[in-house]
Design a protein around this ligand. Sequence first.
Ligand SMILES: C[S@@+](CC[C@H](N)C(=O)[O-])C[C@H]1O[C@@H](n2cnc3c(N)ncnc32)[C@H](O)[C@@H]1O
Length: 204
Amino acid sequence: MTNPMADFDRLVQSWQDIPGWFNWRDGQEEAAAHFGDGDRFVEVGCYLGRSICSLADVVAGRGLEVDIVGVDTALGSGPEGRRNTNAHSHAVQHGGGTMAGLLHRNVLACGFADHVQLIISDSVRASRLFPDQSVAWVHLDARHDYASVCEDIDAWLPKVRRGGWLTGDDYDQWQWPGVVRAVGDRLEGATPWCTSQWRWIKSF
Ligand SMILES: C[S@@+](CC[C@H](N)C(=O)[O-])C[C@H]1O[C@@H](n2cnc3c(N)ncnc32)[C@H](O)[C@@H]1O
């Protein structure tokens, strides 16, 4: 029998070594080309750091000076989706009830201790730490049910600066109908973006 915990003990040297589902690096490359020095990016929902370490790698590759902030409860999303899967439970169990240690270790192992700030917190509570209009790009990838995505959008939309982006993962009517419905209900003008993502650009 395979040990589901073994994956978490593997050596991590770059974002590709980190377990996760991230597959839209082209979107991060577009963001890094679009935004500039002094901007701030926030990722809500980091799991073990695969996507945020890729982002830090893309940013470093362009020589950009931006703040990259990750927000996660480190408690997992719980059961969700069509099969009510608890996708993060093994990682939470591995850390004795929190993924914070693994997430932080992975950021350090990738060499991004000075480039990625982690906030271990609920999304809505963390949003209150940021002044309105202070973030160039907020990416939402926490819980994917309708109510949670609406709450995240409502909390983070005021934080995005004019011309900034609010984006999110799993824009997929079959797998995650709550994401598609929440984005449609809350964000007029949001469009599908790179691989299974959505994007809304703030014009005010
Ligand atoms: C789909 S995973 C993120 C995957 C990650 N972006 C990647 O691609 O590697 C969702 C994450 O959201 C976090 N999460 C769920 N609800 C949250 C909330 N209310 N506030 C902050 N984080 C939350 C979970 O702990 C989990 O790590």
